[in-house]
Design a protein around this ligand. Sequence first.
Ligand SMILES: Nc1ncnc2c1ncn2[C@@H]1O[C@H](COP(=O)(O)OP(=O)(O)OP(=O)(O)O)[C@@H](O)[C@H]1O
Length: 253
Amino acid sequence: MAKLQVSNLCVQAGSTCLVQDASFSLKRGELIALLGPNGAGKSSLLRACLGLRKASSGSSTIDGQDLTRLPPIERAKHIAYLPQMTPLAWPNTVKDVIALGRFSHGANLSKLTGKDADAVSSAIIKSDIEHLTQRRMDTLSGGELARVHCARVFASETPLLIADEPVAALDPRHQFRVMDLIKNYVDQDNGALIVLHDIALAAKYATRLIWMKDTKIIADGPASQTLTEQRLMDVYGVRSKINGSDIQILGAT
Ligand SMILES: Nc1ncnc2c1ncn2[C@@H]1O[C@H](COP(=O)(O)OP(=O)(O)OP(=O)(O)O)[C@@H](O)[C@H]1O
């Protein structure tokens, strides 16, 4: 089934509210873009959904199981998480990092065999990084690094992916390449929730947009219903011109 159900989730840091009463669901076949300005609470919401940050109230379940109570290794079988990317200083090879995707399956990471070896090989091919497998992670460009992290997720064969700004800091071509990888993953009967700051990219790829502002989800629906000039003004404080799939951001108010 693979369904993430988030209900009335609230996150506090001391007396400060970071997320208020967030509810939404994510299931296979959906590619949801989580949108909102800096500081709106997107990362806090993602981390609370995954049970990585304590929620003050509400719930987050996967196929009916409370994510905050699932042991990390069990959670990792259901849902993969790509946090905001920071350059890695690890001397590990690309192949070793992708093999980490098989950890939750109990694989011997230093000697992959059978299904585990197949999953890693298939992820490497899907992500178009065959030429990088013996490279050290700390020698990769941002675009290469992003594809390696996608491959690690694909190798884990989880049905759901949560990613926090997976295309931040990539040039337009690499943004498309990574979004194409995520779309292909979703098209193979998986689901993804990803934070994006590029509205046009979100409108092009996402089946649904969830809009956050000032700690709250203020809209949830396909771009055809929720992406309007007024919405961009309300959420980001920018003037825009939207004509079908042509989205122009004209400037700040
Ligand atoms: N532990 C904490 N204590 C206090 N404030 C926090 C804490 N964690 C996050 N915040 C604040 O909560 C707000 C929301 O942060 P969050 O990282 O969730 O926003 P975001 O929407 O993901 O932003 P961005 O787009 O910049 O990544 C920010 O103002 C941040 O400074």
